[in-house]
Design a protein around this ligand. Structure first.
Ligand SMILES: *[C@@H]1O[C@H](CO)[C@@H](O)[C@H](O)[C@H]1NC(C)=O
Ligand SMILES: *[C@@H]1O[C@H](CO)[C@@H](O)[C@H](O)[C@H]1NC(C)=O
Ligand SMILES: *[C@@H]1O[C@H](CO)[C@@H](O)[C@H](O)[C@H]1NC(C)=O
Ligand SMILES: *[C@@H]1O[C@H](CO)[C@@H](O)[C@H](O)[C@H]1NC(C)=O
Length: 162
């Protein structure tokens, strides 16, 4: 809990996100997604209030250290122009409902991911997903898991005396 609070405070201090939060003041608390190093994460968003046709979709990444654009979709004559940034095309996918998946995550993929959808009226909708990537050191008690997998006969086995 304290992690979430702390990092939330950190991103709140960026005026960029503050602006976003002001425009989306009514939005619920962001989702929190946990992933392990080298695994995939799925960043789910849903925009129930969008009724007009979607014009642009944009995913951005922000951490206290850095921020960058991930992908931009711009609707153009019945099709989508997709622009990927920062090498995400190699390991990310965007779905028709604007959700994003990222493969092979590293510790430095932790941060806040924001999806902004603009409709033909120019109205903007933003949803945030907070991602925490944990490394192997956080894996709990591998010894216990191993022990519990052993047949009990092996667990209790003692060297036999002649
Ligand atoms: C969005 O699409 C993905 C892939 O088709 C699906 O797994 C996910 O449940 C969808 N999420 C929502 C909120 O519709
Ligand atoms: C959707 O619109 C309703 C009614 O205007 C509002 O109460 C609600 O907070 C909105 N939901 C989101 C996710 O913006
Ligand atoms: C994040 O970490 C991965 C793996 O350690 C590394 O390959 C990558 O260059 C790092 N990316 C950034 C932006 O620092
Ligand atoms: C992640 O993948 C890299 C490269 O394949 C490997 O060196 C590293 O040990 C893996 N880390 C974990 C926690 O699985």
């Amino acid at each position: 809990m304290s992690w979430t609070r702390g990092s939330l405070m950190a991103v709140l201090s960026s005026c960029w996100l503050q602006a976003l939060l002001q425009t989306a003041a009514a939005a619920a608390m962001p989702r929190v997604v946990k992933g392990r190093v080298n695994s995939s994460i799925f960043l789910e968003v849903s925009f129930p209030n969008i009724t007009d046709q979607v014009d642009t979709v944009e995913w951005k990444y922000a951490s206290p250290k850095t921020r960058r654009c991930i992908v931009q979709l711009i609707s153009e004559e019945e099709k989508w122009n997709i622009h990927w940034f920062s090498g995400y095309s190699q390991r990310a996918r965007i779905y028709p409902n604007h959700s994003l998946s990222i493969q092979n995550v590293a510790l430095n993929d932790s941060g806040t991911y924001s999806c902004t959808v603009t409709d033909w009226n120019g109205d903007e909708f933003t949803e945030d997903v907070i991602v925490t990537v944990i490394g192997v050191s956080c894996v709990q008690a591998p010894k216990e898991t191993y022990r519990s997998l052993l047949p009990s006969s092996l667990k209790e086995a003692q060297p036999t005396k002649p």
